[in-house]
Design a protein around this ligand. Structure first.
Ligand code: IPE
Ligand code: IPE
Ligand code: MG
Length: 253
């Protein structure tokens, strides 16, 4: 994918060598409510505006042609504590997004996937998601992964249960369990770990997002709220990422 687009205008604008760019970018899209409240708008308006940021970030990644996967945290397993009205609004927004974006996902050649537990999601959302996953399955471009009703601890619980069942049935020897055994049973099986984790709205925490997978991700936090996050903010994050020395526990090169 990257090979055909290495001279893209977006890459020139960014001005960084492709081998210094993140291949998998994960984003904790936070601050929709605060963005709206600061403007005396309903929180729902912040969520609606957040969709524009999603579009802008996907478009920028597609133009760059160097990002293999973009994972967006849309709803956490803890977000069910919110008022029912807000959750219903988020479900409708997600359904609308998946329907409206389908043709764009196909045009951009994206492989669409979702991680998280399905319980609690409306039938409409699940149906539309399944349809988009199915029709984009053979696309060759960037993988777009939405984390919906996702919680990392819940993911680990599900994974441990799967492993325990395999051990109990005799198909898995406990002595052979290693890191790959776990990685390959997470919701993110087959995906690379994020190179860069971006969080908007200033909070210095990971809020139960991809705890296993972000062990060596570079973290970049901006005070900007998600609805105002645009291509130039993504590029700022990429520039900072490019300046980091990733050692993975080793020594400087
Ligand atoms: C992020 O924005 C979107 C979701 C968690 C669904 P918030 O809704 O958390 O916005 P703040 O953090 O309250 O401003
Ligand atoms: C994290 O944001 C979840 C998503 C962005 C979907 P939250 O707003 O739920 O996180 P906390 O509650 O501030 O940790
Ligand atoms: Mg928040």
């Amino acid at each position: 994918m990257a090979a055909t687009k290495t001279s893209s205008a977006a890459l020139e604008e960014l001005g960084l060598p492709t081998d210094r760019l993140p291949r998998h970018v994960a984003v904790i899209m936070d601050g929709n409510g605060r963005w709206a409240q600061a403007r005396r708008l309903p929180r729902a308006e912040g969520h609606r505006r957040g969709v524009k940021s999603v579009r802008a970030v996907i478009e920028a990644c597609v133009e760059l042609g160097t990002v293999d996967q973009l994972t967006l945290y849309c709803l956490s397993s803890e977000n069910w504590k919110r008022p029912r009205r807000e959750l219903e609004m988020l479900m409708r927004l997600l359904e609308q997004y998946v329907i409206e974006e389908r043709s764009e996902i196909m045009r951009q050649d994206l492989q669409f996937t979702m991680i998280g537990r399905t319980e609690g999601l409306t039938e409409n959302v699940l149906r539309e998601v399944d349809q988009t996953v199915a029709c984009s399955r053979d696309n060759k471009g960037m993988r777009l992964c939405l984390a919906v009703n996702y919680g990392s601890r819940g993911e680990l619980v599900d994974t441990v249960q799967d492993i325990a069942r395999e051990v109990a049935s005799g198909t898995l020897d406990p002595n052979t369990i290693d890191e790959d055994t776990i990685s390959s049973r997470l919701y993110t099986a087959g995906m690379s770990d994020p190179d860069l984790l971006i969080r908007t709205a200033g909070e210095m925490r990971v809020s139960n997002f991809l705890l296993w997978q972000i062990s060596y991700s570079e973290i970049w936090v901006t005070s900007k709220c998600w609805p105002e996050f645009r291509r130039n903010d993504l590029f700022d994050a990429f520039r900072d990422f490019a300046s980091r020395e990733r050692r993975f526990g080793g020594l400087d090169k």
